[in-house]
Design a protein around this ligand. Structure first.
Ligand code: PLP
Length: 366
């Protein structure tokens, strides 16, 4: 990114290392299908997160679907999800006929509000899909979700798509507390393989089921014997070769994302029209710079004219045409009205961040 070029809200970051690795791979092996590099990528994610197993798949929506199916969720079962999340969270279970049930989120963190879950539980509820919004931790603590799931005999799954590099306050990586956790490597994520997803779990049984389900339900490596229905949700070596190079850069990016967030906060917190959420940088890594802002549309337009890209945060899911479910969810509705993502790529320079903040201050101060 050059300092004076258009600043996209987000862009992936690949360098010469990825190009070199792809070229080397193409010289060495032309199969492209999942093999040693994929295994190495899975090991790297397992090591980084401290999970016993990691299974990679073709994207971070399918990883949610696969994790839910492997956990035993079936058509007709209800799954509690936050009303503020990427639409992939509910869609991933809708895909096989399960029913997402929406619960509002905490105003400080945008993670699901645990105090609202009990009211949403019915005899059909099978699972809670917790989303670590922007890598943040719920203010009430993950243990409350674990206890609630236990009390009602529900499965706890984590959609940690935005959370690689974020931990719970006790040091466990996000995605490792529930039965399984899911990540995405789509273009805007902290590391990307273009498309890609991963499921981590400490359960041997889950890992075996996941591996079987993603490979047509094959009972053994490469054979055509199928005891169960399965799918083709496999990865490719090309993605893994890139993913392995990206993983080498993850720790640096984690630090840089925190620096960028701190600089934005330093420069913008004095504006009464801008509100930041509560992000604890000691253990979590902001994926995007998310704020609530007054006069969002005009600000976006003005920034665009100055060569700065932004993106509106997710609208409340129950109000999306695709769902249209009755219910009042004040926090997700507020985010739908005022939530804005500022440029958030790890490759942003300090000068670019300062330029963005200057433009925002000018907009509000006139
Ligand atoms: C919370 C959440 N879940 C799921 C997904 C879907 O991941 P993918 O785009 O890899 O399918 C995303 C993508 O942004 C996400 O933010």
């Amino acid at each position: 990114m050059r300092d004076n070029s258009f600043i996209n809200q987000m862009e992936p970051w690949f360098g010469t290392e990825e190009k070199k690795a792809i070229n080397e791979y193409m010289e060495e092996d032309g199969w492209l299908t999942e093999f040693k590099h994929t295994k190495r990528f899975e090991q790297r994610i397992a090591e980084y997160t401290g999970a016993k197993h990691c299974v990679v798949v073709n994207n971070g929506t399918i990883s949610l679907t696969l994790m839910a199916i492997a956990a035993g969720i079936k058509a007709g079962d209800e799954v509690i999800v936050p009303n503020y999340t990427m639409i992939a969270t509910p869609n991933s279970v809708k895909m096989f006929g399960a029913i997402p049930v929406f619960v509002d989120v905490e105003p400080e963190t945008l993670c699901m509000d645990v105090s609202l879950i009990e009211n949403a539980i019915t005899s059909k509820t099978k699972a809670i899909m917790y989303v670590n919004a922007n890598g943040r931790n719920s203010k009430s603590g993950i243990q409350k979700f674990v206890d609630l799931a236990k009390k009602h005999d529900l499965i706890l799954l984590e959609d940690a798509a935005q959370s690689l590099g974020s931990r719970f306050p006790d040091g466990r990586h996000q995605g490792t507390v529930g039965l399984a956790g899911s990540f995405s490597f789509s273009a805007p994520k902290i590391i990307s393989t273009g498309q890609g997803g991963a499921i981590i779990t400490n359960s041997d049984e889950m890992a075996n089921k996941l591996r079987r389900l993603k490979d047509f339900g094959r009972s053994g490596g490469g054979n055509d014997i199928h005891d169960t229905i399965g799918f083709n949700f496999k990865f490719t070596e090309l993605q893994a070769v890139i993913g392995n190079e990206q993983m080498k850069k993850l720790s640096e990016r984690v630090e840089r994302k925190k620096e960028i967030y701190s600089l934005y906060k330093e420069e913008l917190s004095h504006l009464k029209q801008v509100t930041f959420f509560e992000q604890d940088l000691t253990c979590t890594t902001p994926w995007f710079i998310d704020i609530l802002v007054e006069d969002r549309e005009r600000l976006q337009q003005q920034l665009k004219e100055q060569g700065i890209g932004t993106r509106e945060m997710y609208p409340p899911i129950n109000k999306q045409m695709a769902y249209q479910v009755n219910g009042q969810h004040k926090v997700s509705e507020l985010v739908g009205e005022k939530g804005l993502w500022l440029p958030s790529a790890a490759q942003l320079t300090n000068n670019q961040v300062l330029r963005i903040c200057r433009e925002i201050s000018l907009f509000f101060k006139g």
